[in-house]
Structures are given as structure tokens and as C-alpha cells.
Design a protein around this ligand. Sequence first.
Ligand code: 13P
Length: 257
Amino acid sequence: MKKIIIANWKMNPTTPRAALRLMGKVARGLRGIKNVEVILAPPFVFLPILRHTPYAIRHMFKLGAQDVFYEREGAFTGEVAPPQLKASGARMVVIGHSERRAMGETDDAVNKKIKAVLESGMRAVLCVGEKERKASEVFPKVVREELLGGIRKIKKSLLANFIIAYEPVWAISSNARGKADTPKNVYEMAILIRRELYRALGKRAASKIPVLYGGSVDEKNAAEFVAKGAIDGLLVGGASLNAKKFVSLVKAVDKIK
Ligand code: 13P
């Protein structure tokens, strides 16, 4: 299976022109990539623009969104519905990112969003991660809660499009002391997350769910995380805004046998 690398651009860049330039540079740098599926998740407003780039650029990526609302249409000022995202070119949605949870998003809302996205035929990426690392906790309670809260009552038939991203909040580069996790810990967490998924969903359904890691991933550490972390890919923030860094990062993972 191909590795998955998601570029979460967060609230960047400022203009459509800069978004097009970044996408174009990354596309040129990544020609010939074989073993990695690259998904770009720009701000909502850039989706239709990036979708209509020339084929040579567009076909290198899938597009994704960074959030969604769970209703299909109606009086929900400021929200964006799954069918609207799909019609704008998104094939995947990041859900429950810690930066959204910090603004008040609950496990219940995350669960509704996951169901809505899967039912609309897009892939849903559930983000889970603890705020701080307590030495006494082997498997942080909050990770289990976010995981089980996110997948509550999800139809097994929809799980083919489901992805987990383990992203410890303390490891995100934009946090004051943000520092990458170690491949060894990511390995252990990925095993614990899979074990929890086995218990909740059964081995057959759970074994097909990719588990990604995110948090200060860059061109220097990406390959080691994928090679030693027992993960299926990466969720990248800061480094995905620098075309040169992001191209090296993806190429490093592409080379892994
Ligand atoms: P950084 O790669 O900047 O640490 O961000 C990680 C992230 O939040 C991706 O969703």
C-alpha cells in the first residue's frame, strides 16, 4: 500500500496566487514519485482554485479540507457541508484537529462530522493526541477517549475510507515548546491505537485503517518515522508550506522500501 502524506496548510497562505505557486512548485519537485499518495489540505476557499490547475499539476495530488460541518445544507451561517466540499474537489477531510478542539470542538461533534464525511463518500481523518505526556500513562486516557468518541456507532461498511492521525499536541511545531516525538514512541502509540481499534471494531475492519503520525515532521525526520514508527504515513503542518522542504520530505519517504 502507498504511504499517505497529508499537507495541512492550516490558515496559509494569504492569497490564491501564493497557493497556486506553492502547489505548482511541489508538483514539479515530485514528478516521478511512486510510493506516496500526497494530499493537499488548503483553506476551503482555495479548493476550487487548486482543482482547476493544469492536469500536469492537478493529477499529482488529491485535495482535502481541514474541517467540515455535519449537516448537508441549511441555516448554518459560516459552515461548509460535506457535499459542498466534495463538489469543490475535496476527497478527504481532516476532523478533530487539536487546533479545532482547542476552540471547543467536542468528541460528539467530531463523531457527527466523521459520519457525515464517510457517508458523502470522502475519506475522513480523525486526529487524536494528548496535550501533555505523563510518564505514568502508557496509553493516554484522552487518546482512547478521542478515538472511541470519534468512531462511536460508525457503520463498518464505511470504514474503508477511515484514517487515524496520531498527533500529540505538545509535538506540533507552532506550540511554544513543540518538538517532534520519537519514532520509538510513535511505534508504541501506533500499536496501542491499533489494539484499541481491534477491540472496538474487530480485527478485520480495524486492520485496514491507516494510522498516520503528525507533529514537527520535517525533511530530516520523516523517513525515520515511517520506517521505524509502524505508521502508514504523515500529517505535516509547517514543513508543507515550504515547497523545497516538503518535496525533500516526500521524496525521503518515497525511497523507503
Ligand atoms: P507541524 O508539522 O507544524 O508540527 O503541524 C502538525 C499539524 O498540526 C498537522 O496537522
